[in-house]
Design a binder for this molecule. Structure first.
Ligand code: JB2
Length: 212
C-alpha cells in the first residue's frame, strides 16, 4: 500500500486521519507540523517542513495530504504555499474522499482536495485543487469551486454556484442557485448569499452584504 504523510497535526488533521483509516488506500507514515504534538490518533510526528525533502528522498512513492483547515484566511495562503512546495518536491497529492461522502456522476475533483464525511457533490460540479469540502456540506449540481477554497461544515451551495479561488464559505452558510462568489472572499458563518459577491472581501448576514 502506498504511504501518505499529513501536513499539519491540529484539529483538521485528526479528522483527515480518521477518514484515511477508513479507506483501504494508504498507510499513514506520519505527520509534519511546525510543532511536535506527540502521537495524534496513533500517528507519529516526523518533523517540521524542513524534513519534507528528506522524506521524499527516503520514500520516493510517498503521497501527501495538506491537513490544515482553519477558516482563518491566512491558512488559505499557507495551504497554497505548502501545496506549491510539495509539488516542487515531487509529492503526489491525491484526492481524499471520505467513504461517507456522496459524489454524483460527472464530477471532477482536482488533486489535493479533501471531501469530508457527509458531504454531497452534485452532478456536473467541478472542484479545483487543494480545496476542502468539509463535513456535511452540500455542493449541488453544476457548481464551480476554485483552487484552495474551503467550504466549511454544513454550508449549502445550490445548483450552478461558482466560488472563486482562495475563498472561504463559512459554516452553515447558504448560497442560492446560480450566484457567483469572487476570488478571495470570506462568507461569514450562517450568511445567506442571494446576490453575486463581485469583489474580494468579507460578506456577512442575511442577506449577505459586504462588510465595510
Ligand atoms: O506552515 C506550516 C504550518 N502552519 C501551521 N507547516 C506545517 N507543517 N504545519 C503548520 N501549521 C500547523 O497546523 C500548526 O502548528 C497546527 O498544529 C496545525 C493547525 O491546527 P489547528 O487545530 O490550529 O487548525 P486546523 O486547521 O487543523 O483546524 C481548524 O480548522 C478546522 C476546519 C480547527 O479550528 C477545526 O476545529 C476546524 N474543524
Amino acid at each position: 500500500m502506498p504511504e501518505i504523510i499529513l501536513i499539519g497535526g491540529g484539529g483538521h488533521a485528526r479528522v483527515v486521519i480518521s477518514i484515511l483509516k477508513r479507506l483501504p488506500d494508504y498507510d499513514i507514515a506520519g505527520y509534519v507540523d511546525k510543532e511536535n504534538k506527540g502521537r495524534i490518533l496513533g500517528v507519529e510526528y516526523m518533523g517540521n517542513d524542513a524534513i519534507l525533502a528528506d522524506i521524499k528522498n527516503n520514500h520516493p512513492d510517498c503521497h501527501a495530504v495538506i491537513a490544515l483547515g482553519s477558516t482563518d484566511h491566512r491558512q488559505v495562503k499557507t495551504r497554497k504555499r505548502l501545496y506549491e512546495h510539495l509539488e516542487k518536491l515531487g509529492f503526489t497529492l491525491p484526492v481524499i474522499v471520505s467513504p461517507a461522502a456522496i459524489i454524483s456522476e460527472d464530477v471532477h475533483i482536482d488533486p489535493g482536495t479533501a471531501i469530508m464525511d457527509g458531504a454531497i457533490i452534485g452532478t456536473g460540479s467541478r472542484i479545483g485543487k487543494c480545496a476542502i469540502i468539509n463535513t456535511r456540506c452540500s455542493v449541488d449540481h453544476d457548481c464551480r469551486i476554485g483552487d484552495y477554497v474551503h467550504i466549511a461544515p454544513g454550508a449549502t451551495l445550490s445548483g450552478g454556484v461558482t466560488v472563486g479561488s482562495e475563498s472561504l464559505v463559512g459554516a452553515g452558510a447558504t448560497v442560492i442557485h446560480h450566484t457567483t462568489i469572487a476570488d478571495k472572499c470570506v462568507i461569514g458563518a450562517g450568511a445567506v448569499v442571494i446576490r453575486d459577491c463581485t469583489s474580494k472581501g468579507t460578506y456577512v448576514g442575511v442577506p449577505a452584504r459586504l462588510m465595510r
